[in-house]
Design a protein around this ligand. Structure first.
Ligand code: CA
Length: 235
């Protein structure tokens, strides 16, 4: 039997959340309910669901904020917005920000399931095409091979710790884009793991640069954006 696909339901209305959970388990999905935004993010990072159902009107944070955080991650987990009828403008913004689809309350089970199936199919296609196109990144004489978990510098393998590799991988996937300290911290150490301190990141980054033989005043691979974060150069 194949592993069940997991759907994270971020919805504070317990009646709606229970209704969705029942529909999902009757159709062979596993569901995880989260009743606040914070809980939703935390469960997202701990469980890595296949799909997220996201209510925009949450008690503790704006659903769009959650969407923005999920869309900043290299692995694009499909997000379907659960929208209230009086929040049309938000729904559009959510789609602009990369949400995959939406359902408007009240919605039926068959409509919801159809949306979920379609979003999961799209995500599968995307994963497949990305895997083929970009399983490694080349920046000057530096190669980050994602499939083999290898970093080569001028053809020689450089050894990194697991977290160092995860940081390089994250920067390489987003090469050319500035990644903020918080984004990197959260991605590598989880939503609460590294919060409040950039020290842990600075130490890892110093080790990475030493191993890459970077000259801090003239970096060839990783730039520091002062007060913001880091950027891997895009060749
Ligand atoms: Ca709500």
């Amino acid at each position: 039997m194949s592993e069940k696909q997991t759907v994270l339901i971020i919805e504070d209305d317990k009646a709606i959340s229970n209704f969705i959970s029942r529909a999902l388990s009757a159709n062979d999905y596993r569901s995880i309910p989260a009743y606040t935004g914070k809980e939703g993010l935390s469960l997202f990072f701990s469980h890595g669901p296949d799909l997220v159902l996201l209510d925009l009107g949450l008690p503790d944070m704006d659903g769009l904020e959650i969407l923005a955080q999920l869309r900043g991650l290299p692995r694009e987990t499909p997000v379907i917005i659960i929208s209230a009828r009086d929040r049309e403008a938000e729904k559009v913004r959510a789609l602009d920000m990369g949400a995959d689809d939406y359902v408007v309350k009240p919605f039926g089970v068959s409509e919801l399931l159809a949306r979920i199936r379609s979003a999961l199919r799209r995500a599968d296609r995307l994963k497949l095409s990305q895997g083929i196109q970009r399983s490694s990144y080349q920046i000057k004489d530096l190669t980050v091979d994602l499939a083999r978990h290898q970093v080569l510098l001028g053809g020689e393998e450089i050894h990194f710790t697991q977290n160092e590799f995860k940081i390089i991988e994250l920067l390489a996937i987003h090469a050319g884009k500035v990644l903020t300290y918080d984004f990197i911290l959260e991605h590598i150490w989880g939503p609460y793991g590294g919060s409040g301190s950039n020290q842990i990141l600075r130490v890892n980054m110093a080790n990475i640069r030493r191993k890459l033989g970077e000259n801090p005043s003239e970096p060839r691979y990783i730039h520091t954006e002062l007060g913001i974060g880091y950027r891997m150069l895009d060749d």
